[in-house]
Design a protein around this ligand. Sequence first.
Ligand code: HEM
Length: 424
Amino acid sequence: MDLPPGPRAPAVWQTLGWMARPAAFMARAHRRFGDPVTIRTYWTEEPMVLFSHPDAVREVFRLDPRIAPAGESWEFLRPFAGRDSILLLDGEAHLRERRLMTTPFHGERMRAFGPVVAELAREELSSWRGRVVTLERMRHLTLEIILRVVFGASAGGETAQLRGAVDGTLDIVRSMPQLMAMAVVRRDLGPRSPWGRFRLAVERFDALLLDVVARRRRRPDDGDSVLATLLEQRDEDGNPTSDRHVRDQLVALLVGGHDSSAASLAWAFERVARHPEVQARLRGGDPAYLDAVVKEALRARPALTIAPRLLRAPARIAGRDLPAGVQVAACLWLAMRREDLWPQAAAFRPERWLEGPQPNPMSWIPFGGGVRRCAGAPFAEMEMREVLRAAAALTIRPVRPQGERARRSMLVVVPDRGGEVLVG
Ligand code: HEM
């Protein structure tokens, strides 16, 4: 079975493009070969077929998980994510877990987090003067938000202690190639070996997390955190979720919600800094415009570029027969910059969200789609709104006029100079 055409360059060369200049690499492949296009990189062992047309994207999101399990793509994370992690499950078990995990991110419960996020954002932005590397600051802020709002950590000591443990552990988890190597050679050669260090970091981290869980169980009325909602859950037999399981849920929220939110916010600053007219309108305080800026930032610079699924059996997508053993992906990046669907796709124009017809839901997909759509999407959008609302009080200029290029930082795509801006 022939795969759709794609670049002929050796995999090592394609990997370089994919990592160092992902936007240019995907755009070139799309221009030259159209939709779909097959790329070969060391990112995955298998060739990957990228789809960007909304009809094809819908078909990818609707693939039966028995044929195209998504959990397998996260397998390398198992030692950290844990056995019950939503990231690793597929089928019924995944849906059950999803029902539990999306509860705190809806309706009143979700809205109740807004003021805390706004306060943390204002605190963070109050110290901004001169040159600011927004990616660094947003990594700090989004972690603070997760610890306080999701984990329910108290300000001060508890947050500081967890921050230290999370930073140390995530640094290791982020170095994916190292982790992959560890998955192959999982021999514990003592606490100084990479695997040994990783294991120790996870153990230390787990001890802290389980301690937080135990404390919250003892004093359930300690606050309205996501964790408090998770602790109220009962399984089908009415039993509470085990501490270990709650730990896995917290880690999934951390892995899913930290880097992706930080990268998306850094991109929002990178874009807004180059558009004084957008800043002026944001200052007007119109909530519909604020929402449009968030949607446009997520469209123009999505933090994740693909939602991949590994085909276990042959499948037909967009009229193409594809064999087992290839990766198929909804290409978020390409789908959101198709000129046929997004007039002046390269331009940053929040107004497009306030004019004319709303886009096809399968063409605005920064959070993926189908049964694996981002479980924290409403939270992530709220977080972006609150940070940009707080930032409206500042005057932000770019350090250099030309827009920043995209580069990969492990699982996400970030501005290559960290979204640097001048404040004041
Ligand atoms: C702007 C920030 C964010 C972006 C761009 C983003 C994007 C995504 C994407 C593309 C996926 C995979 C979808 C797929 O494979 O079809 C995903 C999954 C997920 N995200 Fe997010 N995310 C963001 C923030 C968050 C936050 C704040 C949380 C939680 C607090 C979160 C939790 C998750 C979880 C748990 C999953 C796995 C869902 C599943 O497998 O069913 N994300 N996210």
